[in-house]
Design a protein around this ligand. Structure first.
Ligand code: AMP
Ligand code: GLY
Length: 423
């Protein structure tokens, strides 16, 4: 069969690579893909981005299954369009994707269905938002309602900083329509984890647990990024906590979405904050796999991903199981100079090792310039390795990363530190 993956980041490289492992798959097209998917056996890039172009391609090429990587096409309704044409596509509809595309929608949903999350209020007027901040005090979290590519959340440590964020979003329109409404939240403390499940509208099949590193620099310092590295499993998610998250967050979410007339089919990512006493609360929902979490998670998946996705589309996930490699996996993001503010593109990438069973380089911001690989985005590569322990996976990934070179390459040296501390 022929498949299509929509997107061009590291997550999509990992998805397409994993799908191509299935003995039933002849070819995986990636739209638009990147320099890594261009070179990966079994994959082919197609330079398409509009829903109409993707639909026409899927029809003419006889694509039997499409998988959507990023949130933007979901929020634009790519799933609705494919379904209306009778094509199989895995991801939530535009309505269901509001769990990610509107923070206000997600918060109201969680309140309505008793799903644990931070206390919040939503505002469209700066004066009212500031009055609320004055009442709540700092620290406090200011979030743009809409999709803002990772730039929509300010964890304000002072009232002044909170007010500045409110002004930037509501008065200066710094984030455009996405910031025309703000959600103000209680600041939660604890340890974050990424809890990702595959959903068929009624049932959820949990993927392996993982943890991301959102800040640019070691020790969780510096600006927020899309994620500088991830590893799986995350020891902070004990079996007891896992059961609780399924019971208190994931299942009520699926039931709530179905009851609200928007049954959720697709990957669902709950960003969790786990407090000191081990209580989980939902920081956010994403309607997709995490990036870079997908890279270590998919390195560990032993089951056929195509079969699992078909089960999700057929509504039979209750009978499905996913088999995981018992090893740990860890991915280090190699970012371009200037990331995240102003990433510089066009630098030549050298020293990429050949992929092996336990170490692969997933590409994100790379493209082929003739036969040469050059940087083309902020997060350029994700070096992902498996190891019998988290420590071994980490050593293997760093050893591979150290041989790779491009101008101004930056990466964190402490990926996996929280997991190692717990292990
Ligand atoms: P979000 O896009 O909502 O996940 O927010 C991005 C990051 O901001 C999260 O990964 C957290 O590190 C932080 N964050 C979001 N909401 C809160 C909150 N209520 N309390 C503390 N930190 C938060
Ligand atoms: N790594 C965080 C995310 O994918 O949202």
């Amino acid at each position: 069969m022929k498949l299509l993956v929509i997107g061009g980041g590291g997550r999509e490289h990992a998805l397409a690579w994993k799908l191509a492992q299935s003995p039933r798959v002849q070819k995986v097209f990636v739209a638009p893909g990147n320099g890594g998917t261009a070179k990966e056996p079994g994959l082919e890039n197609v330079g398409l981005d509009t829903t109409e172009a993707l639909l026409a391609f899927a029809r003419s090429e006889g694509i039997q299954l499409t998988v959507v990587g990023p949130e933007a096409p979901l929020a634009h309704g790519v799933v609705d369009a494919f379904q209306a044409d009778g094509l199989r596509i895995f991801g939530p509809t535009r309505a269901a994707a509001q769990l990610e595309s509107s923070k206000d929608f997600a918060k109201r949903f969680m309140v309505r269905h008793g799903i644990p999350t931070a206390r919040h209020a939503t505002f469209e007027r700066a004066t009212e938002a500031k009055a609320y901040v004055a009442e709540q005090g700092a620290p406090v979290v200011i979030k743009a309602d809409g999709l803002a590519a990772g730039k929509g959340v300010v964890v304000a440590t002072s009232v002044q900083q909170a007010n500045d964020a409110i002004d930037a979003m509501l008065l200066s329109n710094r984030l455009g329509a996405a910031g025309a409404r703000v959600v103000i939240e209680e600041c939660l403390v604890g340890e974050e984890a990424s809890f990702i499940v595959m959903c068929d509208g009624r049932h959820a099949l949990p993927l392996a647990t993982s943890q991301d590193h959102k800040r640019l620099r070691d020790g969780d310092e510096g600006p927020n990024t899309g994620g500088m590295g991830a590893y799986s499993p995350a020891p902070v998610v004990t079996p007891e906590l896992h059961a609780r998250v399924m019971r208190e967050i994931i299942q009520p979410t699926l039931q709530g979405m179905a009851r609200d007339g928007m049954p959720y089919v697709g990957f669902l990512y709950a960003g969790l904050m786990i407090d000191r006493d081990g209580n989980p609360r939902t920081l956010e929902f994403n309607c997709r796999l995490g990036d870079p979490e997908a890279q270590p998670i998919l390195m560990r998946l032993k089951s056929d991903l195509v079969t699992l996705l078909e089960g999700a589309l057929d509504g039979t996930l209750a009978d499905a199981t996913a088999e995981w490699d018992r090893r740990s996996a860890l991915g280090i993001v190699l970012a371009a100079r200037g990331y995240p503010e102003q990433p510089v593109a066009g630098d030549r990438i050298d020293g990429l090792p050949a992929p092996s069973e336990d170490c692969r380089i997933f590409h994100a911001g790379s493209r082929l310039d003739g036969t040469r690989l050059v940087t083309s985005g902020g997060r350029v590569l994700c070096v992902t390795a498996l190891g019998d322990s988290l420590r071994v996976a980490r050593q293997r990934a760093y050893a591979a990363a150290e041989g790779i070179r491009f101008e101004g390459m930056q990466y964190r040296r402490d990926i996996g530190n929280r997991g190692l501390r717990r292990a």
